[in-house]
Design a protein around this ligand. Structure first.
Ligand SMILES: Nc1ncnc2c1ncn2[C@@H]1O[C@H](COP(=O)(O)OP(=O)(O)OP(=O)(O)O)[C@@H](O)[C@H]1O
Length: 292
């Protein structure tokens, strides 16, 4: 957001937002302290969807999706191809804004604040809600610069060497790369590249990490490392992961959302319940491989 765009905004209640332009520039958290405190006092929900519909032109990709994603857990999104899992993930950090034909209706709240409100800066939102994609996509830069990049462009304070080391340690990559930080990120193995992308995402201190099939391009050993890492990350972050791999969802997630054709969220519950005793026959059929 440019400084000129930072004008006084109208609140839901019709009053004016007392936050000054400078304060808004300093505060990149899209939720205000008051909103965060209110949300924390009433629940531990990090992300809440209320009646979310998404369209790409005439095609409806999500149909009236409502769910609450708890803080500090791993939440998996599963379902057959084309049922809207990635679309839902991309609503949370407004990546769908980048698709001209995409239209989002309903409410998508992050710590009680609608991320689609006019006063939310999508760039600040994407710092708070980081993303890791299916194909590892490090920048053609050194390992160090890949991790430092986000902090530099966001102007975040702190000792950069320490921050880079911290992020690489959290991403379980430090021990493998600490003596070659100048090496290109592109020269790492696929699994290391994906952990580098995770380090890059966490270097800017997000609260939520979205992962869109983060291990599907990796071999079984690299996959297993990423799965271990995801479980560890949930100690510090809220993780939302799209996966085609039901065993993976069962292994690493606390909650599972099952989407079925037509962009419908059919069931959302504890992962154990979804896999052992789902409420809906259609979910059982999907889990047991009768379709999808
Ligand atoms: N950028 C886009 N433009 C037009 N239609 C899109 C776009 N992205 C997704 N869609 C359509 O929206 C629907 C949901 O797609 P989405 O990628 O969210 O599903 P998914 O469940 O993640 O699928 P997969 O498991 O195959 O990745 C599909 O019909 C898809 O073709």
């Amino acid at each position: 957001m440019s400084q000129n765009e930072n004008t006084t905004t109208t609140t839901d209640e019709g009053g004016t937002d007392p936050q000054t332009d400078d304060e808004k520039l300093i505060s990149t958290d899209v939720t205000t302290g008051e909103e965060s405190a209110r949300a924390a006092a009433t629940s531990r929900t990090m992300v809440e969807a209320r009646g979310v519909d998404v369209y790409y032109g005439d095609l409806q990709a999500l149909d009236d999706v409502s769910l609450e994603i708890p803080e500090g857990k791993v939440t998996a999104m599963i379902g057959p191809s084309g049922c809207g899992k990635s679309t839902f993930l991309r609503c949370i950090n407004r990546m769908n804004d980048l698709v001209d034909s995409a239209r989002v209706e309903g409410d998508l709240l992050l710590k009680g604040k609608n991320v689609y409100d006019d006063d939310v800066d999508p760039v600040a939102l994407r710092r708070q809600v980081g993303m890791v994609f299916q194909e590892p996509n490090p920048f053609p830069k050194s390992i160090y610069d890949n991790v430092a990049y986000g902090r530099r462009i966001q102007g975040l304070e702190g000792d950069m060497d320490e921050e880079v080391e911290k992020a690489l340690r959290r991403a379980a990559l430090w021990d493998e790369v600490n003596d070659q930080l100048d090496k290109s990120g592109l020269d790492l193995s696929g699994g290391q590249q994906q952990r580098l992308c995770i380090a890059r995402a966490i270097a800017v201190d997000p609260e939520v990490i979205l992962m869109d099939e983060p291990a599907s391009a990796l071999d079984p050993i690299a996959t297993s490392k990423i799965e271990d890492l995801i479980e560890e990350l949930a100690e510090d972050y809220t993780v939302v992961i799209v996966t085609h791999n039901m065993q993976q969802a069962a292994r690493i997630s606390d909650q599972t959302a099952v989407f079925l054709t037509g962009g419908e969220l059919v069931e959302f519950d504890d992962t154990q319940k979804i896999f052992e005793n789902p409420e809906h026959d259609r979910v059982e059929d999907y889990i047991t491989g009768k379709f999808g």
